[in-house]
Design a protein around this ligand. Structure first.
Ligand SMILES: [Fe+2]
Length: 317
């Protein structure tokens, strides 16, 4: 603390320094000093009480007010170059009545973090909130299914393709051409990204337009498709997927596939799918598969199916 030459003033300043906190504020942050102080004091008003300039720098005192008046004093940044005080004068109010409290950021799964050389593929966001499909599919199921199972497939895939010919391939290309663990994880990554869109909080009902026409042509009716698709789901042994797909002949067909199976491998275009791995329904329905299948039809996103049919090319994640 520079001396003023007045012994009494110096003694008072020393006592004040001992009773308040002293912080060094980098010059570049000086204009924000008041705001920072306010945040540190739970949004109470911060006023510049006094400025003192000395031969070798400047001292600023900030007064911290609350509704009841002065509640404390703080001294900031002694010996700062005078130029850092530009725009800040004694008596000026620098306040933030509403404290800016940093909101905790949701913990990101590592698949959602910034891509690196080894993280080509990212976990896609759900197209709706985790609780949007309730009461048919719970938020707990979606949190686990998307945040754990789907995320794990993406993570494992990124590790498996590093340094291989699939390192820069599109996900659908990996699904179509890879084998073994790379195929399993790529297909599960693709299948789940596709499956989320097959469900919608506004889903259910019957298809319309060209999709309805094609279903009528190839299955007789939407109800017939629903019955056959549901039967395929409940009969599927073990874990797997049931697909509505467009085959190379241009017909809509129902395809059951075990494990990570996807009709992409057979040159078909996936139109709609339902996940029959236990993790898709066990939290909500235990072993009551039929109830899960009934829930699927209440959420089914015919608009998404119609888009896939209209595109005639596999969905790209
Ligand atoms: Fe799944």
């Amino acid at each position: 603390m520079p001396h003023t030459g007045n012994p009494e003033a110096d003694a008072n300043a020393t006592r004040a320094d001992q009773s308040t906190r002293t912080e060094t504020v980098p010059p570049a942050r000086w204009p924000d000093a008041c705001a920072q102080s306010s945040r540190a004091h739970h949004g109470r008003l911060v006023r510049v009480q006094a400025l003192a300039q000395h031969n070798d720098g400047a001292v600023i005192r900030l007064r911290i007010d609350d509704r009841d008046g002065v509640s404390g004093r703080m001294r900031f940044g002694s010996l700062l170059p005078p130029r850092t005080l530009d725009g800040l004068t004694a008596g000026e109010t620098c306040e933030r009545p509403e404290p800016e409290i940093a909101k905790p950021q949701p913990k990101q799964h590592k698949s959602q973090r910034r891509p690196t050389m080894t993280q080509k593929h990212q976990l896609p966001e759900l197209p709706y909130a985790e609780d949007a499909l309730q009461p048919h599919i719970s938020a707990e199921t979606l949190a686990l299914h998307h945040g754990k199972h789907h995320a794990t497939y993406v993570d494992k895939l990124n590790g498996l393709i590093e340094g291989t010919r699939f390192a820069d391939a599109r996900l659908s290309e990996v699904v179509a051409e890879a084998d073994g663990g790379t195929f399993n994880n790529a297909a599960q990554a693709w299948n789940h990204a596709f499956y989320w869109h097959c469900l919608s909080p506004q889903g259910g009902g019957d298809p319309e337009g060209e999709l309805a026409t094609r279903i009528g042509r190839d299955f007789g009716s939407t109800e017939a498709l629903r019955e056959q698709f549901s039967e395929a789901l409940t009969r599927l042994f073990g874990s797997g997927w049931v697909w509505l797909a467009l085959n190379p002949a241009g017909n809509l067909v129902i395809e059951s596939r075990g494990n990570a199976g996807n009709p992409l491998r057979d040159g078909m275009v996936p139109i709609l799918t339902c996940d029959m791995w236990e993790h898709a329904y066990y939290v909500d329905y235990r072993n009551r598969k039929k109830e899960y299948v009934d829930a699927f039809w209440k959420l089914v996103n015919w608009d998404f199916a119609a888009q896939n049919l209209s595109r005639g090319q596999p969905f790209e994640v």
